[in-house]
Ligand binder design. Structure first.
Ligand SMILES: *Cc1c(COP(=O)(O)O)cnc(C)c1O
Length: 389
């Protein structure tokens, strides 16, 4: 018999009742060190005092009014995002998937308004993940995600990851945009080298194609820069954000240059919940904390420690895993054993990690994790590796 909850998830047998910082607690009182962060969502850990304070005070004032009216919290969050990024303008959503929908619509509308009615194709990459909506799965194009859900939304072309020739050969008069994650999350913490991001930007400029970056997982401080593309010193035309920006509250955004957004005039897009006062007041607090250069310095410092510890662990356990990948606190262990066995052994050592594609285990701690907790994480991982060898 089907369960009351639609059985689309393969869940671990864990049930948490409480969280504090980098720790989650089960009803029986057992504590788990959280290197999952709700899949890069709880960027400031669980129950961060500043977020608890803001959600309480805003909840007592106003939750939702609709975009029929002015929303000062939304305006303030847009302003801090514009001030701290390439973007001139921002639209707020409630998830990464919704951000993907708008990014695709925005790119197509841009060319349509310029008179190019056949310029709608979006080039994407194998192993990518952009969400579960019709546009999201068409963009992702993996058999696992799309099988049985056809006909798929047309106008997407998925090519091999990190292959310059494939990019060159894929464009035509129909090409509207290239869409990619600077670091593939679900795909296995696959980092696009900075040189390649630079090359793709130049290629887009030469061929007059929009560059859309999906920073839903790698954005908002995760890599030690506010946005991951900053490492390559490039700017996209359009960028999708979600996950970490809400710190656990459902919040997403599409950031864009004025030119790229020029087709999106009044009435062309909307959202009932997107940009509500409650979500935006939380997002504003998250941005306030994470955009602080000292906060980002601290992320880089901790990431360096963590990475050094993981490299040591790798040297001791070359039969279990073969590589440490990623940037900042978006790290991956490329496994030789089954990645899910590592994740499960983590659970029995009270450590939460996340499996990803390419047989990788993702380590996505809260950005607020302490040096001491990183040491504890390494000790737990050491136990995991010992158990599996
Ligand atoms: C999680 C994710 C999405 C989808 O976000 P949802 O909030 O689950 O809709 C899109 N792109 C990337 C890179 C993601 O990691």
């Amino acid at each position: 018999m089907i369960t009351p909850v639609l059985p689309t998830y393969a869940r671990a047998d864990l049930e948490f009742v409480k969280g504090k910082g980098a720790w989650l607690t089960e009803a029986d009182g057992s504590h788990f060190l959280d290197l999952a962060s709700g899949i890069a969502v709880n960027s400031l850990g669980h129950a961060h005092p500043d977020l608890v304070k803001i959600i309480k005070s805003q909840a007592e004032k106003l939750w939702h009014v609709s975009n029929l009216y002015e929303i000062p919290q939304q305006r303030a969050l847009a302003e801090i995002l514009v001030e701290n990024s390439f973007a001139d303008t921002v639209f707020f959503t409630n998830s990464g998937t919704e951000s993907c929908e708008l990014a695709v619509k925005m790119a197509r509308k841009y060319w349509f308004e310029k008179g190019y009615h056949d310029k709608f194709e979006i080039i994407t990459f194998e192993g990518s993940f952009h969400g579960r909506s019709s546009a999201g799965i068409a963009a992702t194009a993996s058999e696992k995600m799309t099988k049985g859900f056809g006909p798929l939304l047309p106008g997407f072309l998925s090519i091999n990851w990190n292959n310059h020739e494939a990019i060159k050969n894929s464009i035509s008069d129909r090409t509207a945009a290239i869409l990619l994650e600077p670091i593939q999350g679900e795909g296995g913490i696959r980092v696009v080298p900075e040189q390649c991001l630079k090359g793709i930007r130049e290629f887009c400029d030469e061929n007059k194609i929009l560059l859309i970056l999906d920073e839903v997982q790698c954005g908002v401080g995760r890599t030690g820069k506010l946005f991951a593309h900053e490492w390559a010193e490039i700017e996209p035309d359009i960028m999708m954000v979600a996950k970490g920006i809400g710190g656990g509250f459902p919040l997403g955004a599409v950031l864009a240059k004025e030119n790229a957004a020029s087709g999106m005039t009044a009435g062309t897009h909307g959202s009932t919940y997107g940009g509500n006062p409650l979500g935006c007041s939380i997002g504003l607090k998250v941005m306030d904390i994470i955009s602080n250069p000292n906060f980002l310095l601290d992320v880089n410092h901790k990431a360096k420690n963590f990475r050094a510890g993981l490299s040591e662990l790798l040297n001791k356990n070359t039969s279990i895993f073969e590589e440490v990948r990623g940037k900042g606190l978006m790290l991956g262990l490329k496994c030789k054993v089954q990645n899910i066995d590592v994740v499960n052994a983590g659970y029995s050592n009270k450590l939460l990690t996340v499996p990803a594609g390419d047989n990788v285990v993702r380590l996505l701690p809260p950005l607020t994790i302490s040096d001491k907790e990183i040491k504890q994480a390494l000790e737990k991982l050491d136990c995991v590796m010992t158990e599996l060898s």
